[in-house]
Design a protein around this ligand. Structure first.
Ligand SMILES: [Zn+2]
Length: 347
């Protein structure tokens, strides 16, 4: 805090021999650490100067290391240093304890997107005609119709993010490569939007998913608004579209389970982690291993299962209910999980 340091330099000025302000953010005086010098009282080899937004101290005589303005204050006047610390704390709204009035004001604040959700500018998939290209795409993936209202269509995804989610998220150059995307909203327990994923409709898209997070304080998980914590189990899959096929299910969207799930409910036995059936995919294999080591129950797909993810299983003719049965019959934890995992993995 430049202004605070500057203020305390002024307060100290009368104690510093040969004190001179040399410029906006530069001061020179006799170094109080080495005496500068014992024989010649006109020497002044201590300097305070600004570097990268901070004030630093340097003495050309003793080269005393690691001194900044607070340390200088402490060296010269420990009582004044206490004042410095207090004042710094007061000036920093994060570290300072809030007053009752401020706490009350925080409570009364409307949730970030209550007033005008960015989603208001988009059309829900459930509202499209069956013959529309978007609906044909969704139906082609057999996404359960009862979940179509949770998904949205956006004609210019990057433009929409810039306009309604995060100003200037995408630069002009990036906007020239804008395209329509399926918008998958991340809503918290109260239904407030805190992030979105935009999925490309192209089969071989260079960037299949673009994830935008507006509020980092929420666990990066899709489906928080829909899960029932009172039910015995919460299924966890990776892809948000896959999660639409399972009951009481969230999608981790590639985020690290061990840092996210305990924030939903701090009880590992609640979760059944269902990764894709890709025993040759190094990344997936590592994630499953990590989930087992962290103490989660995991589904390890039977060797007879050829499809790699839940959506593919449904497309291959399994009903979602059948998929749930298969998952439930193949849940492992602890030592059994480790044994089954080592049979399953092919890397
Ligand atoms: Zn010195």
């Amino acid at each position: 805090m430049l202004w605070l340091d500057t203020k305390y330099i002024s307060l100290l000025s009368f104690r510093l021999r040969n004190f001179k302000r040399k410029g906006n953010d530069q001061w020179n005086f006799s170094c109080p650490f080495c005496g500068d010098s014992k024989t010649n009282k006109h020497k002044a080899r201590g300097f305070i100067f600004e570097r990268k937004g901070r004030l630093r101290y340097y003495c050309h005589n003793c080269n005393v290391p690691g001194v900044d303005v607070p340390k200088l204050v402490k060296h010269l006047d420990p009582m004044m240093y206490d004042e410095y610390v207090k004042e710094k704390l007061m000036a920093d709204p994060i570290k300072r304890e809030k007053t009752d009035v401020e706490l009350f004001a925080d409570k009364m604040k409307p949730p970030v997107f209550m007033k005008s959700s960015p989603l208001k500018h988009l059309k829900k998939i459930s509202l499209f005609q069956p013959s529309s290209a978007v609906k044909v795409w969704i139906d082609g993936r057999r996404i359960p119709p009862e979940s179509h209202y949770r998904l949205f269509f956006c004609k210019e995804f990057k433009r929409w993010v810039n306009d309604y989610c995060i100003p200037n998220k995408f630069d002009e150059d990036s906007l020239t490569r804008d395209e329509p995307r399926l918008v998958i909203p991340f809503l918290d327990e109260e239904g407030n939007l805190f992030g979105v994923q935009g999925r490309s409709f192209k089969k071989d898209a260079a960037v299949r998913y673009i994830t935008i997070i507006m509020d980092d304080s929420k666990p990066k998980v899709f489906g928080l608004d829909k899960i029932d914590l009172k039910l015995p189990h919460i299924y966890v899959v990776e892809g948000p579209l896959d999660s639409l096929f399972l009951p009481n299910c969230v999608a981790s969207c590639g985020s690290d389970l061990t840092t996210n799930l305990h924030r939903i409910v701090d009880d590992k036995s609640k979760f059944i982690v269902v990764y894709d059936n890709e025993p040759r995919n190094d990344e997936i294999v590592k994630k499953i291993e990590k989930a087992i080591a962290a103490g989660y129950s995991v589904c390890i797909w039977p060797d007879s299962m050829a499809e790699k993810d839940i959506n593919d299983m449904v497309l291959a003719g399994y009903t979602p209910a059948k998929v749930v049965d298969i998952i439930n019959e193949n849940v492992y934890s602890g030592l059994k999980a480790k044994l089954r995992f080592s049979e399953w993995k092919k890397v």
